[in-house]
Every structure is written in C-alpha cells, then in structure tokens.
Design a binder for this molecule. Structure first.
Ligand SMILES: [Mg+2]
Length: 167
C-alpha cells in the first residue's frame, strides 16, 4: 500500500504518451512540492507548456491538503478543477475520481509524498506515481516523515533482490 506503481525523476516525464501507454485517462495531481515548490503560488516556467499539453490530452484534477484560501488562489490562476483541504490519504480521492468520471484504474495519482499521495491513491486502486519533492520543507516534522518514507520511494519489487542476497 505504501509503494508507488512508478517513480518518475520529474513531473515532466508524465506526458500524454506516457499515460496512453499505460491506459490512463485522467490525472489526480498533488499541488505542494509536486506542481508548485512549497510555499509558491505561481507555476514554474518549466511546467507551463507541460501542463498545457497534459490538460489538453486528459482531465486533470488538483487534490491538495493545502489551506482553502491559498488553494483557491492557485486553482483560480491555473483554472483546473480540484478541492482542498482533502485530508489525504483518507479523504478526497473518491470525490476526485467522481469529478473525473473515470474508474480508479484509469487514473494516475501523482504526488511527492508516500503517506498522503501514494497511500491514498493505492487505497482507492489508482495508478500511483511518486515524484521527488520540488523543495524541501524546513520543518522537523516533514524531515522526519521523509526519513520514514525512504524505504518506499521506489516501485514495489525494485531493489528487493538486495534483501534476498542476505538470505
Ligand atoms: Mg505534496
């Protein structure tokens, strides 16, 4: 439940072709540290053309644990459907799937955090994709969570052979 289906080096690898090759027809996208560096409200220049191409190809839904005021500003600027705070991993994903009008197995859930994005996406049966966080947060709590995440920041099965060696 904690392993993503795939790990990508950057959001830019998630292209319409990549989705099509996996039979994916929609995207549930995390906001903070996935699409925007933590604390920023403007889409990085490098992601503008990427997002335009993606949303032209498939429906994209923003699902965030951000505070509602900040989320509303960002969402308005991007013009994408979505809601926050979602209380991931437990809540929000079913509502997002309903809004997309797609079955979970045809939807990519994309985010930077194992215990919210990956776990939540796996719980509803979506295709989970983990990307590296755009900006490290300074808070001790987040550093601690990252440490706990480390074993899961790879797809299930990849790297397990090292463990087998010791047997
Ligand atoms: Mg995030």
């Amino acid at each position: 439940m904690l392993f993503p289906r795939e790990v990508l080096p950057s959001l830019l690898h998630l292209t319409p072709e990549w989705l099509r090759a996996r039979g994916l027809k929609g995207v549930i996208l995390d906001l903070d540290n996935t699409l925007l560096p933590y604390g920023d409200e403007e889409l990085p220049e490098a992601y503008r053309a990427w997002l335009l191409a993606l949303r032209e190809a498939v429906p994209v839904y923003l699902l965030s644990n951000a505070l509602p005021e900040r989320f509303a500003r960002v969402q308005k600027a991007l013009g994408l459907p979505g809601h926050a705070p979602a209380l991931k991993p437990w809540l929000g994903f079913r509502r997002a799937l309903k809004a997309l009008g797609l079955p979970a197995e045809e939807v990519a859930v994309v985010g930077d955090q194992v215990f919210t994005d990956v776990l939540g996406g796996n719980l509803v049966g979506a295709y989970t994709v983990l990307v590296p966080p755009l900006r490290e947060r300074e808070f001790f709590y987040t550093r601690f969570i990252r440490m706990l995440e480390t074993p899961f920041r790879r797809p299930r099965g990849v790297g397990d052979e090292r463990l087998d060696h010791r047997r």
